[in-house]
Design a protein around this ligand. Structure first.
Ligand SMILES: Cc1ncc(COP(=O)(O)O)c(C=O)c1O
Length: 379
């Protein structure tokens, strides 16, 4: 089936009891057993819940994976994935990941004996140089957050396959509508479903999709053992969001291109990071990997004062953390999403005090442009 059809139908069989077309919210913690050892495949809702299973089947199909497991947040999905590793293992990470991922790796998991190296994964040679005999995982964010660097996914996938190292991709920014990393050789895809998949800024969640059933079995074991599961209600919200993923992503992409062009031409803006601009250093790669460029843009205003003036004066664009909602969200990475990355490292990565990130929503694009234009006049 086509993507939009799968988004609406995969895993969404009518309810066997009533025929309800919307998968019911099975708000239960446990299930009655007919006799000792005899049940309908459901014992306890941390382990199995039909609403969550329907979403997991849907996401496995959309990301071309074997099996998906949903979690209470993007961070708990990433944490559970990392629990595949053991003390002494090493991970190579694309530099410039979401600040919360960096915080988890550096301030939590390092304390449990894992080691992390951060490299510019747009160059596969940098990834190769960082590999060690104890490297077990390469973790890429595509594009990186917030400066939109695009990893050499094909090159890194060939390298990890050859060396027997697992490859995980955080696909939160593009969604499976624009790229399915497993089709390029990734072993795992993770998402913060909080973002484009849910799409309506009203749920926190995460998912790990595994290419291979054996890896998925281990993730399923960890999901149950650790217990950071997505609730039935949130599972239902994300399913409902995904039904319109295709049309939403088309509009995010359409609006994103217009806003990126507007920012490029604006005299107050020094630099625009958007994979759909010919000035993007990996523009050719973006065209090859993605079927659209989406709605995530960051841009350089030149100073903290200019960024603050812009953010204080927008009205339609909401000053807020997060991204991927139907509404346009605007933020200041250095003090918000990436505050846990040390200042010196932020500067090296281009996360300056003047950098602003915008998640372009699906409003009328002229209204977004008018709001930005009015706010720029206050600089
Ligand atoms: C790329 C990326 N990955 C993971 C996360 C973490 O997701 P959550 O906030 O759902 O825990 C975020 C959150 O902003 C993100 O932007």
């Amino acid at each position: 089936m086509g993507f939009a059809t799968d988004a609406i139908h995969a895993g969404q069989e009518a309810d066997p009891l009533t025929g309800a077309v919307s998968v019911p919210i099975y708000q239960t913690s446990t299930y009655v057993q007919e006799a000792l050892g005899s049940h309908k495949g459901f014992e306890y809702a941390r382990t199995q819940n039909p609403t969550r299973s329907a979403l997991e089947k849907n996401l496995a199909t959309l990301e071309s994976g074997a099996i998906a497991h949903c979690f209470a947040s993007g961070m708990s999905a990433i944490t559970t994935l990392l629990l595949l590793l053991s003390k002494g293992d090493h991970v190579v990470v694309s530099e410039n990941t979401y600040g919360g991922t960096y915080r988890l790796f550096e301030k939590v998991l390092r304390g449990f004996g894992l080691d992390f190296s951060y490299v510019d994964a747009s160059d596969v040679a940098r990834v190769e140089e960082a590999l060690r005999p104890e490297t077990r995982l390469v973790f890429l964010e595509i594009p990186t957050n917030p400066v939109m660097t695009i990893a050499d996914l094909k090159g890194v996938a060939a390298l990890t396959r050859e060396r027997g190292i697992r490859l995980a991709v955080d696909n939160t920014f593009m969604s499976p509508y624009f790229i399915r990393p497993i089709e390029f050789g990734a072993d795992f895809v993770v998402h913060s479903t909080t973002k484009y998949l849910n799409g309506h800024s009203d749920s926190i969640g995460g998912v790990v999709i595994s290419r291979d059933a054996e890896d998925a079995e281990r993730i399923g074991f960890l999901q149950n053992a650790v217990g950071a599961i997505l609730s039935p209600f949130d599972s239902w919200l994300v399913m409902r969001g995904i039904k319109t993923l295709a049309v939403r992503m088309e509009q995010h992409d359409r609006n994103g291109r217009v806003v990126a062009q507007f920012l490029t031409e604006h005299p107050r803006i020094e630099r625009v990071h958007y994979p759909g601009l010919p000035s993007h250093p990996q523009f050719e790669r973006a065209k090859e990997l993605f079927s659209g460029f989406g709605g995530m843009i960051s841009f350089e205003t030149g100073s903290l004062a200019a960024a603050r003036a812009l953010l204080d004066n927008v009205r339609l664009c909401a000053l807020a953390e997060s991204l991927g909602g139907v509404e346009t969200l605007i933020s200041h990475p250095a003090s918000m999403t990436h505050a846990s990355v040390p200042q010196e490292q932020r500067t090296r990565l281009g996360i300056t005090d003047g950098l602003v990130r915008i998640s372009v929503g699906i409003e009328d694009v002229d209204d977004i442009l008018a709001d930005l234009d009015r706010a720029f006049q206050c600089l």
